[in-house]
Design a protein around this ligand. Structure first.
Ligand SMILES: O=C([O-])C(=O)C[C@H](O)[C@@H](O)C(=O)[O-]
Length: 311
């Protein structure tokens, strides 16, 4: 179903702060043209937490129209359980192929509580991927229980506990399924950890970097598929590791830096909504240097990229 690198688009804003639906459609169209294998709209990178339901419906509808059935489109859903269900309903009405279920807010949760949350926040007729992150932390038992829900087709990890994740993969494969259940690496700057996730049976990953550096992200993806260690190491050294270090220098930079990167690539982003803050000018300059170094490290065989500024 998902074949290739997974694209997490930003949500661009106009100067007055409203969602820029035309630019969103253009951003998504460029990503799909460049080779994305699936689009996850209004998720973490797309500032789900900053969108109200009316905007959310328009964003998902615009994404579905821009994609035109070329690859699957999933939409974020989450927050209070009834609100999450409402977002699931809006995603279904807007034509999304499924939802990525993000954590509930401002509460701790037990395994059984999380299983009930997933059941009530999603629709039986709309595929859902469960995001293990923040306060939504599953263990082997609760992961197996959600994997048994008919609508849950995948489990995405953003917690980074590889010991636990390898046990979850094994338990779900042994007790529920087999081969078709999907596992995703959803760590911030997921490329940095993807070699390790792949080794424990998690072949799919989300790439926020793809939104502003598609040529680098696809170069890394192709090198992973081909087992090209020299390219993987060159791109980690020049781009992904410096990007992860820069990401750690500002709260919320996992999203703010991506929007700054989209601007560096020559496209408007409209900045971020609170509580996210803009990238500091010196960090923007550093991001430009990192982007240039990553592009320079690409093997000559990688095709010219339609999304960047002609480098
Ligand atoms: O909801 C999201 O934006 C994510 O899943 C996180 C990113 O795509 C993450 O994997 C990354 O930063 O590469």
């Amino acid at each position: 179903m998902f074949n290739g690198l997974l694209f997490f688009p930003i949500t661009p804003y106009l100067d007055d702060g409203e969602v820029d639906l035309d630019e969103l459609a253009a951003h998504i169209g460029r990503g799909v043209d460049a080779g994305a294998g699936g689009v996850f709209v209004a998720c973490g990178t797309g500032e789900f937490s900053a969108l109200e339901p009316g905007e959310y419906g328009e964003v998902v509808r615009a994404a579905v129209a821009a994609i035109g059935g070329r690859v699957p489109v999933y939409a974020g859903a989450g927050g209070p359980v009834r609100t999450a269900r409402r977002f699931s309903d809006l995603a279904a009405a807007a034509g999304a192929d499924g939802v990525l279920l993000l954590p509930p807010y401002l509460t701790e949760a037990s395994g059984p509580g999380l299983v009930a949350y997933v059941r009530e926040a999603t629709r039986e007729d709309l595929p859902a991927i469960v995001y293990n992150r923040a306060n939504a932390r599953f263990d082997e038992r609760s992961a197996v229980a959600v994997a048994q829900l008919p609508q849950v087709i995948g489990f995405k990890d953003g917690a980074g506990d590889l010991d636990l994740m390898s046990r979850i993969v094994r338990a779900v494969r042994d007790e529920v399924d087999h081969n078709s259940f999907l596992f995703f690496n959803g760590m911030p700057t997921a490329e940095v950890t993807q070699r390790a996730y792949r080794a424990i049976g998690v072949p799919l990953y989300s790439s926020a970097a793809f939104a502003f550096a598609p040529r680098i992200a696809l170069g890394y993806y192709d090198a992973l598929e081909a087992g090209d260690l020299a390219t993987l190491e060159a791109l980690e050294r020049s781009f992904y590791h410096p990007l992860a270090r820069l990401r750690a220098r500002g709260a919320g930079y996992a999203v703010s830096l991506i929007k700054a990167g989209v601007e560096l690539a020559g496209h408007p982003s409209g900045g971020v909504r609170p509580p996210l803050t803009e990238v500091a000018p010196e960090h923007r300059e550093e991001l430009a240097r990192i982007l240039a170094a990553g592009l320079d490290a690409l093997p000559d065989t990688v095709a010219a990229d339609p999304m960047t500024t002609g480098r």
